[in-house]
Design a protein around this ligand. Structure first.
Ligand SMILES: [Zn+2]
Length: 264
């Protein structure tokens, strides 16, 4: 399934995406995001920290903030992302506090997305670097906002008083979690190079760009190989010999559907 096919199948017209640091969303999902925006889906990014603990150069951390925000905006433009919001939390200190959750709820209610794309709140023990504490905190804040706060008008009542009405979110699309939870693998062949271009915009984070690009491409190719239908014996979708295909992997959660009863 391609990102465009997933959008059609699940009714994604508007997607709000949350990452902890500038570059997180691009590492985890840029090829999918590019596929969605090309299919006409409206995607907005929210970066929760200012990324001031990232990079490899000592120096003015305020200048680093501004540089990383600009890098993220440039990458987002390339991917067709409509807008980038920054919550301005301190890098390395993110917690799923009520103050942060309320900001996430406010953004969700303002954008009223069909799907929220976010980092996974559960740790991937096979590659601990993916599970930076800020990533887990970002995921936890988003999941707590998705249920129950965004749909409960009495949660953070000041938001409803500001006219930000409660609504029921349909889908959570989480990335970077344990592989055992993967249940949605999207074929992003055709936008894998756009992902590399987007990642290249985060120049302050990459001491070795060719090595980073090789790693990212290999990871996407490995995901496709691991999850491709051919592996299960269905060889109807065979590509021309030697053609490499790429994928990004997610944990899709139906927050609300026809069968949902509030509180159960
Ligand atoms: Zn990060």
């Amino acid at each position: 399934m391609t990102p465009a096919e997933a959008a059609t199948a699940h009714g994604w017209r508007r997607v709000l995406a949350f990452g902890a640091h500038p570059d997180d969303l691009d590492f985890g999902a840029a090829a999918t995001v590019a596929g969605l925006t090309r299919a006409g889906v409206e995607v907005t990014y929210c970066v929760m920290t200012d990324g001031d603990a990232g990079g490899f150069e000592p120096g003015d951390r305020h200048a680093i903030n501004e540089r990383r925000q600009q890098e993220q905006r440039d990458a987002a433009v390339l991917l067709g992302v409509r807008d980038v919001e920054f919550l301005g939390e301190r890098d390395g200190y993110l917690e799923p506090s009520h103050e942060v959750i309320a900001q996430v709820v406010a953004l969700m209610r303002r954008h009223r997305p069909d799907a929220v794309l976010a980092m996974h709140p559960e740790r991937d023990w096979s590659r601990l670097q993916r599970s930076h504490p800020d990533h887990l905190a970002a995921g936890e804040a988003v999941v707590r906002a998705a249920y129950p706060a965004v749909e409960n008008p009495f949660a953070y009542p000041e938001l409803a008083e500001q006219g930000l009405e409660a609504f029921r979110l349909r889908w959570l699309v989480l990335f970077g979690g344990p592989a055992a939870l993967t249940n949605l693998v999207l074929d992003v062949t055709g936008t894998e190079q756009v992902k590399l271009q987007a990642l290249r915009h985060h120049v302050s984070q990459h001491p070795d760009v060719p090595r980073m690009e090789a790693f990212v491409l290999q990871a996407m190719a490995d995901l496709h190989r691991r999850w491709s239908p051919e592996k299960a014996g269905d060889d109807e979708q065979d590509d021309p010999a030697g053609a490499v295909r790429y994928a990004e992997a997610f944990h899709l959660v139906a927050v609300n559907d026809e069968s949902t009863i509030s509180g159960f």
